[in-house]
Design a protein around this ligand. Structure first.
Ligand SMILES: NC(=O)c1ccc[n+]([C@@H]2O[C@H](COP(=O)([O-])OP(=O)(O)OC[C@H]3O[C@@H](n4cnc5c(N)ncnc54)[C@H](OP(=O)(O)O)[C@@H]3O)[C@@H](O)[C@H]2O)c1
Length: 327
């Protein structure tokens, strides 16, 4: 039986739980493929699986849900990919921090020649997230003004570019002056350092008190309450992440007092539940890249065995753009 190397946690906790292990590669079932990874995407959700904020099916567990590479073997009843194809995936199963992974063929996206495996691992999950946020949950229109939190991050840098491509006026938040420079270069119209300024006060100034139709907030706990103050009557709060901790204990009355607001707490997987949904979202993302609207910046690279350091840097707010692991 062939072997692979993969990062595992024996228990939830800190990065000291992340250990490189040698494991057998499991036998392919019908509908599955074996992918040899060329690059692995690191996403904030991987830290939630490590700490236990989000459940994993069982322990010990692998980590990571995104990677890109070459199909090495296919099971029965696999039609749309063949051995040698270059693919990427971002919907699990958890365990992509590895040299190889066995995945459902239906979750694999064929990569165009114009997108390298490193670019794909840096952007598929984050790009599909932006796709469902700004094209499905709230289809943002040219001329609208929106707020996108953590604009210098992996999801944020793609969102700023795509929103500008559509013709949207973008307000982005960042945690440092260096990050402000980065998002300014991406075309962000208004940048707020939320370690220095109160975001809702700045939004009032920028919009002359008119406020916003929608806020995209992946920061969570620290920004939730103030994000609601940025919305105009019947506006939409899209709370899609927990970088600063989960939002809990919300009194629904606050939605009434801020103007009959709407709130959603979405996950990517509910927006790409079927193969056609995945293909449509991926094609939309790749089309925005081909049209020149989104450039995938070179991601920060860490060796697979240094995955713990990647988590530490991501959680310490030291990174910009995307991170990949290279096996
Ligand atoms: N729901 C979904 O479907 C979905 C899918 C993908 C990602 N997400 C969420 O989207 C968010 C962004 O993900 P990502 O992988 O692209 O990460 P990221 O944005 O590259 O990293 C998180 C950023 O959040 C900001 N942040 C603010 N307060 C923080 C704190 N207390 N601790 C750590 N970071 C803090 C930091 O930027 P500053 O220093 O500029 O503040 C940090 O760089 C995450 O919350 C993730 O869970 C959700």
């Amino acid at each position: 039986m062939s072997k692979m190397q993969r990062i595992e946690i024996a228990a939830h906790g800190g990065t000291d739980q992340m250990k490189l292990q040698e494991r057998d590669i499991s036998t392919l079932q019908a509908g599955q493929i074996l992918v040899r990874h060329e690059a692995i995407g690191v996403n904030f959700i991987d830290t939630y699986h490590r700490t236990g904020l989000y459940p994993v099916p069982s322990l010990p567990s692998g980590l990571g849900g995104e990677a890109a590479g070459v199909v090495e073997a296919i099971g029965e009843n696999v039609e749309h990919v063949k051995v040698g194809d270059r693919v990427a995936y971002c919907s699990g199963p958890i365990g992509s921090y590895a040299t190889h992974n066995v995945i459902a063929a239906d979750s694999a996206v064929l990569l165009p020649n114009s997108i390298s495996s490193k670019q794909a691992a840096a952007s598929l999950l984050k790009g599909l997230t932006v796709q469902y946020l700004i094209r499905q949950i709230y289809p943002v229109k040219a001329g609208e003004t929106v707020l996108f939190h953590a604009a210098a991050g992996g999801v944020g840098t793609l969102a700023v570019q795509w929103l500008k491509h559509i013709g949207v006026e973008v307000i982005g938040t960042v945690g440092s002056d260096d990050k402000a420079d980065l998002v300014r270069k991406l075309g962000c119209d208004h940048i707020i350092n939320y370690r220095k300024d109160v975001v809702s006060e700045k939004v009032d100034q920028i919009t002359d008190g008119a406020k916003l139709p929608v806020v995209f907030d992946g920061v969570g706990k620290d920004t939730f309450a103030d994000s609601l103050k940025c919305l105009h009557r019947r506006g939409l709060m899209v709370s899609f992440g927990n970088a600063s901790g989960p939002v809990d204990g919300v009194n629904l009355g606050i939605l009434a007092s801020h103007g009959s607001l709407f709130v959603t707490r979405p996950t990517l997987y509910d927006y790409i539940p079927t193969r056609p949904d995945l293909e449509q979202a991926a094609n939309d993302f790749f089309a925005a890249i081909s049209a020149g609207g989104i450039k995938i910046a070179d991601p920060a690279e860490y060796a697979l065995q240094d995955a713990a350091r990647a988590h530490e840097d991501l959680q310490a707010r030291l990174t910009t753009g995307s991170i990949i692991l290279v096996p």
